[in-house]
Design a protein around this ligand. Structure first.
Ligand code: PHE
Length: 332
């Protein structure tokens, strides 16, 4: 009996040691300790042994079972660990294989022009100012010398916002309300430019968009004259467009400037590009900004950034600039 037990133990241990997976180990366990295992039958046969042999045999059998079970336990832990390690290796993401050549985008044409304009004006001593896109009727019109029912209001196809008194809130139709905010914000001398988004009830076509961008300029100081305005526009033209470009002022009318002038840029081929409006700040506008027109004078100008960008990049249709078509936009 004892020799038989040693054989059974050796067979069970061999089966356990052979198992190379948790599944194989489960079969080895059935084989070593299951219902039909030799050790299990030996246990069953204990009863048929004479009582004086039964005690030793039972003790020996228990020891064998304990050793086999301990072996099983150790092997289970072993296999579980190596299966876990194998799974980690199999599931590992090799990040070195992610392509590193990601496509890098760039600023939109309008953003490029906007930032370049800021750079040019900052280089000339201007500060950059901002105002809200949702504006009061007062800042957009009244304070700019355009009272209610003034015919100039019709020139701006205004989009009103349903907020407060009817007609009191709107999407700014130009960047000129930032003139008022700059004057109310700070004491003269004032040298600011204000680039920003403006809105008009307009149907999009090749040269108009209902949402577009302007840059406003405002100077308020002692003894400012029309000559300073003309000189500033000329200096800007050379600095932004390059040598060979010049500018001219043409008389025009704006309620917020007096006198007022449209300004054009002459391209090296001799043709003229109408760029924007300008003029000496109207005394009523200075007063609305809390500034004494007897002591201070100033000039202002404003022009469209989108058309400037379109010209610079030779884009014929403004609508193309605002598509999301990267085949188009990535050219610039
Ligand atoms: N705000 C005017 C426009 O949108 C442009 C302008 C600005 C004219 C400043 C004169 C002075 O047309």
């Amino acid at each position: 009996m004892i020799e038989e037990l040693a054989e059974h133990e050796a067979a069970a241990v061999a089966a356990i040691d052979r198992a190379d997976s948790l599944d194989a180990l489960a079969s080895a366990k059935t084989e070593a300790l299951g219902k039909n295992a030799p050790l299990t039958s030996a246990q069953r046969n204990l009863g048929s042994l004479p009582p004086e042999k039964r005690k030793d045999a039972g003790k020996a059998l228990n020891e064998v079972r304990r050793r086999v079970e301990a072996r099983l336990e150790a092997k289970t832990a072993d296999l579980a660990e190596s299966e876990r390690a194998a799974r980690l290796v199999a599931e590992r993401l090799d990040l070195t294989e992610v392509p590193v050549e990601v496509e890098v985008g760039h600023a939109h044409v309008v953003t490029q022009a906007w930032e370049e304009l800021e750079d040019v004006f900052v280089g000339m001593g201007f500060r950059v100012a901002e105002g809200p896109e949702v504006e009061t009727d007062w800042h957009n019109f009244d304070a700019l010398n355009i009272p209610p029912r003034h015919p100039a209001r019709d020139a701006f196809d205004t989009i009103y916002v349903n907020h407060g008194e009817p007609g009191s809130t709107l999407l700014r139709t130009h960047t000129s309300p930032v003139q008022i905010r700059a004057m109310l914000d700070q004491e003269p001398p004032i040298y600011v430019v204000a680039p920003g988004r403006v809105f008009r009830r307009d149907t999009a076509d090749a040269t108009h968009m209902p949402v577009f961008h302007q840059i406003e300029g405002l100077v308020v100081d002692r003894g400012i004259s029309l000559a300073d305005l003309a000189g500033t526009i000329e200096a800007f033209t050379e600095s932004y467009f390059g040598p060979g470009f010049t500018s001219r002022l043409r008389p025009n009318y704006f309620p917020f400037t007096e006198p007022s002038a449209e300004f054009d840029i002459q391209l090296p081929d001799g043709s003229w590009l109408e760029l924007g409006g300008s003029g000496m700040v109207h005394p009523n506008v200075l007063r609305a900004g809390g500034i004494d027109p007897e002591e201070w004078t100033g000039f202002a100008f404003g022009f469209g950034i989108d058309r400037l960008a379109a010209m610079k990049f030779r884009i014929d249709d403004l609508r193309d600039m605002f598509t999301e078509d990267l085949r188009f936009l990535s050219q610039f």
